[in-house]
Design a protein around this ligand. Structure first.
Ligand SMILES: Cc1cc2nc3c(=O)[nH]c(=O)nc-3n(C[C@H](O)[C@H](O)[C@H](O)COP(=O)(O)OP(=O)(O)OC[C@H]3O[C@@H](n4cnc5c(N)ncnc54)[C@H](O)[C@@H]3O)c2cc1C
Length: 371
């Protein structure tokens, strides 16, 4: 039996892939399943458009997962019988002044050099695509292939599929893993508040909380929480103010099929504090209003925050522990865990089949931070 710590998108999609190769899994979550970062996300599959210079090593895995998404989505919908709200209109990256434009041009040139299908547009061309966009928008680029999904629907679809396989997948909700138990550097189980669960194989998918589990070495998997606040507005039914994702600097607007308009997200180093702040929400609305003034009259339907699992080099940590046998990590997906779920789950499945982590992930192994 494989014990998976954490029932977010990473733990659940790995559970799905492992039962597909005949494994039995137990998914343990300290809360109900899928109620942390994976629930809080915006569901964008376009992390490659926003890569910072220090993150360029991520482009190959982003691209691979990006192209795996359509098949993953179809399979999820077929197997669960539920829609996951996959939208294919594409993404507009926009700039409102020459500084933003210069920064965006650097991203554009980097992506173009890497053969990403994007085109540079004037402000007017952007307004032809999105008539409600304000004259503040100077220029930008369009990617027709950078899509988005409804992450909450995905969690629901994954849970539905796994529940249909209850002989091979057991859920233990509201069960916090406190400690990994080992014997001579081999995993032999986990300790929760109420019980000890015996197992020789553990996959750690506990997101931002990974370093709170005893016997997980912070030097091997240094993960910290990065808070993101979000706000959701309701667009008038039948009059979508936006068809594409609109992304300016650190703020994006994501239109959903049900007329929701998601605006996110702050990036804050506030430890495990998840409180919503006036400044955080104000800033999101202010920037969004500058590019889409029509949001002024929309009602606010919800606001929330989540904790991204970030690492020191902003890259995920995937593969077996260097120190403890039977312990595998699939965590640290930071701003792009929804995008990376198809690839990460596949890589872990292949590890179980071949005993190897694929070469694409050579730079993302646990232990790379150990000196
Ligand atoms: C505001 C915001 C917007 C985002 N937008 C996007 C986006 O548009 N696109 C994208 O690709 N990514 C996005 N992300 C990032 C993405 O949400 C994360 O990278 C991804 O959800 C990580 O998935 P996970 O399963 O590792 O973590 P989580 O979803 O956080 O799951 C971890 C699970 O582990 C459980 N757990 C933790 N510790 C224990 C323990 N000791 N015992 C038992 N259970 C435990 C938790 O309860 C939780 O359910 C966003 C994140 C935020 C916060």
């Amino acid at each position: 039996m494989v014990l998976i710590i954490g029932g977010g998108i990473i733990g659940l999609s790995i559970a799905w892939r492992l039962i597909g190769i005949g494994k039995k899994v137990v998914v343990v979550d300290k809360r109900n399943l899928g109620k942390e970062a994976s629930w809080a996300a915006a569901g964008m599959l376009c992390g490659r458009l926003d890569l910072k210079p220090s993150e360029k090593q991520l482009l190959p895995i982003f691209e691979k997962s990006h192209y795996a998404w359509p098949k993953f989505a179809k399979e999820l919908e077929n197997k669960s019988g539920k829609s996951i709200g996959y939208r294919k209109e594409g993404t507009l990256m926009i700039a409102c002044d020459i500084h933003e434009e210069q920064k965006l041009k650097n991203n554009y040139n980097f992506l173009k050099n890497n053969k990403v299908n994007i085109s540079w547009l004037s402000g007017n061309k952007i307004r032809e695509k999105e008539p409600y966009v304000s004259n503040n928008v100077l220029s930008g680029f369009f990617s027709p292939e950078d899509h988005h999904v409804n992450n909450r629907y995905i969690l629901d679809a994954l849970i539905t599929i796994l529940k249909k396989n209850k002989n091979n997948c057991i859920f233990k909700e509201n069960t916090k893993v406190e400690k990994i138990i080992t014997d001579k550097d081999q995993v032999i189980g986990v300790k929760t508040r109420n019980e000890t669960i015996k197992t020789k194989e553990i996959i750690v998918c506990s997101g931002a909380w990974t370093n709170k589990i005893k016997n997980i070495e912070i030097k091997e998997v240094p993960i910290r929480p990065v808070k993101g606040q979000m706000v959701c507005l309701k667009m008038p039914k039948g009059t979508s103010l936006l068809k594409h994702i609109l992304w300016r600097e650190n703020v994006y607007l994501v239109p959903r099929d049900n007329s929701d308009l998601i605006i996110g997200a702050t990036e804050e180093e506030m430890g495990f504090d998840k409180s919503l702040t006036a400044g955080g929400i104000y800033n999101l609305l202010k920037i969004a209003r500058e590019v889409l003034p029509a949001i002024e009259d929309l009602s606010i339907v919800e606001s929330w925050s989540g904790l991204r699992p970030a690492t020191r080099d902003e890259a995920p940590i995937i593969g077996p522990s260097k120190k403890i046998k039977g312990l595998i990590y699939a965590t640290g997906h930071h701003r792009n865990g929804i995008l990376l779920a198809p690839l990460t789950s596949n890589v872990i499945k292949n590890y179980y089949l071949n005993g190897k982590i694929e070469n694409d992930f050579n730079n993302f192994k646990p232990g790379r931070f150990l000196i």
